[in-house]
Design a protein around this ligand. Sequence first.
Ligand code: GLN
Length: 377
Amino acid sequence: MQQSNQGRAVLVLEDGTRFDGRSLGAQTEQVGEVCFNTSMTGYQEIMSDPSYAGQIVTMTYTQIGNVGINPEDMESRRPWIRGFIVKESARRFSSWRAQESLSVFLTRHNIPAIEGIDTRALVSHLRDKGAMRGVLSTLDFNTENLIAKAKSFPGLAGMDLTGEVSCQTPYPWQQGLWDLEQGYRQIESGSNRKRVTVMDFGVKHNILRGLVQAGCDLTVVPTDTPAEKILAGNPDGIFLSNGPGDPDAVKHGVRTIRALLETKIPIFGICLGHQMLCLALGAQTLKMKFGHRGGNHPVQNLSTGVVEVTSQNHGFVVSDSALPDTLEVTHRSLFDGSVEGVRMKDKPVFSVQYHPEASPGPHDAHYLFKQFADLMR
Ligand SMILES: NC(=O)CC[C@H](N)C(=O)O
């Protein structure tokens, strides 16, 4: 029987691989890098993590949407994914906090999504061939057209997306972590607390909450804030956030970090912030084959030997070759041995590739926020 286009969606990769399924989001079309995340929970936090700007995300867990969408679990002001791919979306959502369904949320934000495709086959393909450019459409079903559209996406290498996701003006942040009784706690600023400037390359809210909970009063500043302006605020510490795209393309940010490193102010970086810190110190970054995205990545802390199960989301990595002498590797991935954390040998400066704020993910690495606060004391 002829299928009507209503309700159909298609995913086509740049190599011509095609998946036909049902539309789960907006009637539209988007190109981007097709990647996958292996977390079993936390789809809302993933969709609203600014680090995913420019990407079409596949969830490997087979049923998504069962707890709907709520205002508290947003990791930033809006979702940033270009498109969303799931095996099966829950027909009914159920949670005491839920206010809308996954499908309504995606449609409201004009994001195309597809369900009912063989996500295992898609992920095996991406794992073998590497992350690829692709197009997700509910409008055009012609394979040749769609391959050309997929190829029109320039790819994430060389792309600075921090300007799109960062705040436009500085703002204070005093919200602490979630508590079952009170929800998010508002924490008063005080003289016993440390004043930290957060460089917002696309920061997740739970990173800000982790810092507040560890004893920091925060001022979040836009990605293009010059070093002089940051230093004029006389902060006790500087935090370099996560964010989307290629760290090596954020030239202004790397220059700013280099200038900040002239001082003795403690600095902590996560993910994109970690990569840019390493670049500022003379290291190099590489694009990975398909990246690390999920909630169960084992990382070894090399000073204690302890293994942390971590949350990850990155497609670039600091290269092991050409690490400057000023840096010491503190953490490594037990999946592929890649660099997961560094510190400067002679300064209170350190960073990690993974996500201690979790959200979603295990809390094993939460101690890093306290480690940063301790460095400022
Ligand atoms: N979560 C992040 O900060 C990601 C950093 C960078 N965009 C990468 O893909 O590697």
